[in-house]
Design a binder for this molecule. Sequence first.
Ligand SMILES: C[S@@+](CC[C@H](N)C(=O)[O-])C[C@H]1O[C@@H](n2cnc3c(N)ncnc32)[C@H](O)[C@@H]1O
Length: 255
Amino acid sequence: MSTLNDLEKIYINDLRNIYPKQEIKSIFKLLILDLFKIDSIFFLLIKYDIVSLSKEKKIIDYLNRLQKYEPVQYILGYTIFLDLKIKLNKKVLIPRKETEELVIWCKSFLNKENKIIDLGTGSGCIAISLAKYNKVIALDKCNNSLKTAKLNAKNNNLNNLLKFEHTNGNKVFNKTFYAKFDLIVANIISSELSKLAQDIAKYLGNNCYLVLSGILKSQENSIINKFKNFNLLLVRKHYVENWVTILMIKKDRIH
Ligand SMILES: C[S@@+](CC[C@H](N)C(=O)[O-])C[C@H]1O[C@@H](n2cnc3c(N)ncnc32)[C@H](O)[C@@H]1O
């Protein structure tokens, strides 16, 4: 028979080679809040109470999964992205902290009612965050991602504000259409970006923005140069460890 405090100590000991102590405590708390459906204050109140055997079994089962390097977000089946609860499964990427910053960054230069493309939407975290005040089309070549993104939009009551489209991966849209967008945001790998550069540029209006994320530092110059060929100029870069987020602006040539 154990208390939450005893179980937390087991977590700290058994996960010490994988995570720092503070992170283990945060992970433990996240799992407990979810399992007991309680908030942080209640967590402190029950920390020294005996846990039922069925709950203890679950807590140890979570520990076994963490020891196999399974991220806590996949164990929970969701993550909190800014103020949104985003459901996840192993077929969609766990949104990164930098992606939250990217959304805040985008909001800083967007006007209400701007038209936006989220290329490679995955869980839909970027598209759904930007959809409150803007018109967003979320695209992905993976049907499973689109299914998850649609579910997340519905769960956050924003599904009426978003459009989702499946693409074949070789073009931005499967069918060409003539709309221009105020912002295109893409958190996809460099090789895909290079392939789509010309098509991406085609859908951006003059003085409109492109935000590229998930780019390795070693690939940033080739990506910037690739987009330069299509009238996109570098505005800003933001580094997090080995990764860079790039903001570019479209400047149509005046003939
Ligand atoms: C790294 S995940 C990013 C997910 C989400 N936007 C985020 O920031 O957490 C990349 C997503 O882009 C999709 N993708 C990759 N290449 C693509 C392409 N050429 N066209 C459309 N979607 C693509 C993948 O299926 C995947 O869902």
